[in-house]
Ligand binder design. Sequence first.
Ligand code: RET
Length: 247
Amino acid sequence: NGANADIAITTHGSDWYFAVCAVMTVAAFTFIGLGFRKHRRDRVFHYITAAVVFVAAIAYFTMGSNLGFTPIEVEFPRSDPKVSGQFREIFYVRYIDWFITTPLLLTDLLLTAGMPWPTVLWVILVDEIMIVTGLIGALVRSSYKWGYFVFGCVALGYILYHLVWESRRHAIGLGSDISRTFFMCGTLTAVLWVLYPIAWGVCEGGNVISADSEAVFYGILDLLAKPVFGALLIWGHRNIDPARLGM
Ligand code: RET
C-alpha cells in the first residue's frame, strides 16, 4: 500500500465504482418494474430510461474492475513537472457509455416536449459529435486535444439552446403537466451537462485533479444525470398520456 500511495494508485477507488454500479442496477430494475403497471404501448419512457441505467451499470462494473481504460501520456505532469513520461488512466469506457446513453437521455427529453422525429434525430447527431470529439481529445497527448474540446463544447452549446429554447417552447404549448415535467428534467440536464466539460477539463484535459477525484466528480454527475433524472422523468409522466405527445 505504501508503494501504491507513492505512485498515486488508489486502494478504495473501485469500491466507489461498484457502489455506483449497484445504484444504477437497482434503478434499472425499478424503472422496468414501474413500467409493468402500464400498458405496453405506454412504456416508452420506462424502457429508454432503464436502458440508460443498465448501460451505466455495466460501465461502472468495468471501471470498478479496473478495466476499460488506457494509459495516455499527460501534457501537464501533476507531481514533478521536470519528470517527463507521466501517464494518466483514461477511461474510454465512459465514452462508450455516453455514446449510447446521452442520445437516449435526449430522446427522453425531446419526446417529452413532443418534438418531431427529424428534430430528435438531428439533436442526437450533434450529441454524438460532442461525445466522439471528447473521446478523441482525451486520447490525444498534445495540445490539439483542446481543439477537440472546443468542437465538443460548440456541440453542447447547440444542444442546450435546443433544450432551453426550442423544446421548452414546444412543451409549453402542450399543457401545464407536460411543460412542468419538461422544465424540471430539462433544467436538471442543462445544469449537469455543463459540468461534464468542466470535469473533462480538470481530468482528461488538464490533468489537474487525481484519478480518485475524477471518479467522485464524474460519479456524482452520473448519479444525478441518470437515476435521479430518470426518477423525476418517470414520475413526471405518471399522468401524461403518450398520445398527447404524438406517440
Ligand atoms: C465532453 C468533452 C468535450 C466537450 C464536452 C463534453 C460533454 C459531455 C457531456 C456528457 C454527458 C454525459 C452524461 C452522462 C450520463 O450519465 C465529451 C466531456 C461538451 C455533456 C449525461
